[in-house]
Design a protein around this ligand. Structure first.
Ligand SMILES: [Zn+2]
Length: 470
């Protein structure tokens, strides 16, 4: 826990802090005597025990591929730039993608083996703590569709005109090797080459789009730290439109032509939603915004992919608001452990309630009282899940969303609007690009309100049963 929190804080504060901190952490070792060992094969998150890796911190991913939807064939080179956080004679990456033809650490070919999700790399020469290094992985074939514990699918999901690419919580290793846990955020560049006429839409800003010999290469640059599960390069026939928010954030939307007319009204509200949430949560955290609206009926859900949420069908206005709210809560401010998923989903759901009220619909109090929320009978099974530990099967079930949002609404009533909105803004700004825990949130809620909220959060987040008093 401590090392993961530290890593998050370090990413938020910048590389210089980590470099500065390293000698102090390594002080007991003899001067200049490296002690090599293998990096941990995961970060030890109990919900996804293989996710992430120890011994290094990824700084940047450069993902270059050519993809042919007709044959579902990908030829790819991913270059990872990372910083060793211990003396390493071996380390793991997470990868469930197609066959690897070459792997280099720096300029040197490295031996490797694959064991499930683990790609075990033996670098020679070995790596010293504090050393920045690159890993180049060349691979080709068809990336897989990945099935989650709740039986939903993600990863690399073919559509009738391309591919739909959602990654939460374990989809990115389908198509890019890396460190697949939200505690290891990094910047990304994508170079995606597809048949002319198709569009490859990645996170961040479009740097270039160039067609040579019937194939178009799109270069996307995601300039703020991003968790791997939020990465996407979704490919298909798209109607592309560019606009901007009133405060000048560029917006890039890609909409499947068959969904264009039914999605138009929702897409038109993206600037309003960003401005409204900016007024509540503080400035939009990224250099660009947008949306990808595609037809992927087997996926059936939307995901808050960073800067460009992806929708597997035409979204409702509320769903659009939910995914945009995640840009602050979930994307910029990230989890440290998946069991705290309510920090993503409860916040995005409550933001959606506030948007609904702002847009002339039900008030947050009415939504709180409704039959899908506090109006549920006390005998409902809904009340029997612990909000801060729903388990990997139910982490995207209704409890982290609805009970999470109810928790925030009840907190607002408990501490008052002034403290509540100060807390929301502080949470988004103080932890921008970092990682957080439920304990962090409780601490800040108490600090901002000046109240002892131990019982309140115990009733709402830890205890089972329908809260009666808090
Ligand atoms: Zn969500």
């Amino acid at each position: 826990m401590r090392s993961r929190s530290l890593r998050g804080a370090v990413v938020a504060a910048g590389l210089s802090v980590l470099v500065g901190a390293q000698p102090a952490l390594a002080a007991p070792a003899g001067h200049g005597e490296p002690r090599y060992s293998a990096g941990a094969p995961s970060v030890g998150d109990p919900y996804f025990p293989d996710e992430g890796n120890g011994g290094f911190d990824v700084l940047h991913y450069d993902v270059a591929f050519d993809y042919e939807p007709a044959t579902r064939h990908m030829v790819a080179t991913t270059t990872i730039t990372a910083l060793a956080t211990q003396d390493l004679d071996r380390f793991d990456l997470d990868f469930r993608g197609p066959e690897i033809s070459a792997l280099l650490v720096g300029k040197h070919p490295a031996s490797f083996r694959r064991d499930g999700q683990e790609l075990v790399v033996t670098p020679r020469p070995k790596l010293k703590s504090g050393e920045q290094f690159t890993v180049v992985v060349k691979y080709a074939g068809t990336p897989p569709v990945i099935t989650d514990p709740d039986e939903s699918i993600e990863g690399w999901v073919p559509t009738d005109d391309g591919v739909f690419v959602p990654g939460e919580p374990q989809g990115s290793p389908a198509w890019l090797p890396g460190s697949d846990h939200p505690t290891d955020k990094a910047t990304f560049t994508f170079h995606a080459t597809v048949p002319e006429g198709l569009t490859a839409v990645g996170n961040g800003q479009l740097l270039s789009q160039k067609t040579v010999g019937g194939r178009t290469t799109f270069v996307w640059d995601s300039t703020e730290p991003m968790a791997t599960y939020l990465a996407t390069v979704t490919i298909g026939k798209f109607q592309v439109a560019r606009s901007a928010t009133p405060s000048g954030i560029p917006i890039y939307t890609a909409v499947d032509p068959q969904l264009a007319s039914q999605s138009a009204a929702t897409v038109a509200r993206i600037p309003d939603i960003i401005e409204y949430f900016g007024s509540l949560f503080g400035p939009y955290p990224f250099a660009s915004a947008g949306a990808i609206i595609d037809r992927a009926p087997d996926v059936g859900y939307a995901l808050e992919s960073q800067t460009k949420p992806i929708f597997s069908s035409s979204p409702s206005l509320n769903t659009m608001a939910h995914e945009i709210a995640h840009q602050w809560y979930g994307d910029s401010v990230s989890l440290s452990r998946w069991s705290d998923i309510w920090l993503n989903e409860g916040f995005a759901t409550y933001a959606q309630w506030m948007w609904t009220e702002h847009n002339g619909g039900a008030t947050t109090q009415q939504t709180f009282n409704s039959a899908s929320n506090y109006g549920r009978a006390a005998t409902s099974a809904f009340w029997q899940t612990v909000t801060t530990d729903p388990g990997p099967v139910d982490m995207f079930g209704s409890v982290p969303y609805n009970r999470g949002a109810m928790t925030l609404h009840a907190l607002r009533g408990k501490i008052g609007d002034t403290a509540f909105f100060q807390l929301l803004k502080q949470w988004a700004t103080a932890h921008r690009y970092g990682n957080v825990s439920t304990a962090d949130f409780i601490g800040e809620a108490q600090s901002v309100s000046g109240m002892d909220l131990t019982n309140f959060f115990d009733v709402w987040l830890v205890q089972k049963g329908k809260p009666a008093t808090w």
